[in-house]
Design a protein around this ligand. Structure first.
Ligand SMILES: NC(=O)c1ccc[n+]([C@@H]2O[C@H](COP(=O)([O-])OP(=O)(O)OC[C@H]3O[C@@H](n4cnc5c(N)ncnc54)[C@H](OP(=O)(O)O)[C@@H]3O)[C@@H](O)[C@H]2O)c1
Length: 331
């Protein structure tokens, strides 16, 4: 089969679109013919985290496709079923954190940027009927992360206000759509005027330039919840507009990993600072039911053919995307 792999030294220059061995499903596994896959920032981070002499591995965590073969004992799906892939491996039940042994599909295990992927049968769910293949393939990782961040960790209630910095992020666009569906007021920020405009069209109530003085522009308004994927560049400003007793849920650090906190504001404001990462199978099912109920679809930035997966990586590296970047197999 054709696959987009990384091998050898860290870095994008050691990726290849090449032939790769197919893996037949063992007991409890399914082999999926991948139709579409989605790029996540994780795919770029992992390129830099692998060792100096890394073995070949198929990249990619997100995907959707058709069940091609079943391992022994698989009963939840049949050959020919249309499915989406839950990339959280080994995390079944909703819990405070992921369990020991939890892994994200795609590095160290072989991922979805291939014509076929073999995964545990518990990691496939029926493809939402209201989504195209392109939408279904890009949605799992960002949507489960956004859902857990907003509802399990952030405990968002309708009528509350959420701040979403860096709305260009794939996760952030889901946070916006899900929070609006839940009846919340949503304020977003971006470095790009065009992305601010897109967010307003998607339902954001207010869009601010990420580089501006948010406190001033918000004229005294404060938020109940911040869902942060950006990190260093926005942390101080996010704290400055948080209500007393409000929460920041962090799930990424695209602009930098270190922040300084004035502890007087932390205890004085009685803020809650939380981390979150991905989600369990239980939350994945809840999330799929939520997006089906509200007809939520991912925002697709651009679709790249499988053989130009490198182009998808380059687009994300340049941070020019709005929403999710899709990779289409067999085009
Ligand atoms: N914990 C988890 O389970 C999990 C899951 C998924 C993703 N993540 C993490 O979440 C982050 C978001 O990932 P993603 O793939 O959705 O999107 P991404 O490509 O990392 O986009 C992040 C957004 O952050 C904003 N940004 C970047 N640098 C900035 C800076 N210096 N100042 C202000 N804003 C800046 C940009 O928004 P604008 O272009 O609008 O300015 C950009 O679109 C990544 O760090 C990723 O690793 C974590």
């Amino acid at each position: 089969m054709k696959a987009f792999i990384h091998v050898g030294k860290p870095g994008i220059e050691n990726t290849h679109f090449t032939d790769f061995e197919e893996v037949e499903p063992k007991k409890g596994e399914v082999k999926v013919r991948v139709k579409t896959a989605g790029l996540n920032h994780r795919d770029i981070w992992t390129l830099h985290r692998r060792g100096e002499n890394a073995a070949p591995v198929v990249m990619g965590s997100d995907g959707a496709g058709v069940i091609h073969a079943l391992g022994e004992g698989v009963e939840n799906v049949q050959v020919g079923d249309e499915v989406i892939i839950n990339p959280s491996l080994g995390w079944l039940h909703k819990s405070a954190s992921s369990p020991d042994g939890f892994e994200v599909l795609g590095v160290p295990s072989n991922g979805t940027f291939a014509e076929y992927v073999t995964i545990p049968a518990e990691n496939v769910e029926p493809k939402p009927k209201h989504m195209t293949w392109e939408e279904a393939g890009v949605f799992p990782l960002a949507a489960i992360t956004a859902y857990r961040a907003l509802f399990t960790r952030g405990k968002l209630e309708s009528q509350q206000t959420v701040l979403v910095p860096g709305i260009g992020s794939g996760v952030a666009t889901f946070v916006l759509l899900m929070a609006k569906a839940a009846g919340a007021r949503v304020i977003v920020t971006s470095r790009s005027e065009e992305k601010c405009q897109r967010a307003l069209e998607l339902g954001a109530d207010l869009a601010l330039d990420s580089g501006s003085d948010w406190k001033k522009l918000m004229q005294g308004e404060k938020v109940d919840l911040v869902i942060d994927t950006v990190g260093t560049a926005i942390w101080d400003k996010a704290m400055s507009v948080l209500k007393r007793g409000g929460s920041i849920v962090n799930l990424g650090a695209t602009s930098g990993q270190k922040v300084e906190i004035d502890l007087r504001y932390l205890y004085g404001g009685q803020f809650n600072i939380m981390g979150t990462a991905m989600g369990s199978s239980e939350e994945f099912k809840e999330m799929v039911a939520f997006v089906e109920k509200h007809g939520i679809k991912p925002v697709i930035d651009r679709v790249f053919p499988h053989e130009n997966t490198l182009g998808a990586f380059q687009r994300m590296n340049a941070s020019t995307q709005f929403g999710k970047i899709c990779i289409k197999m067999g085009s």
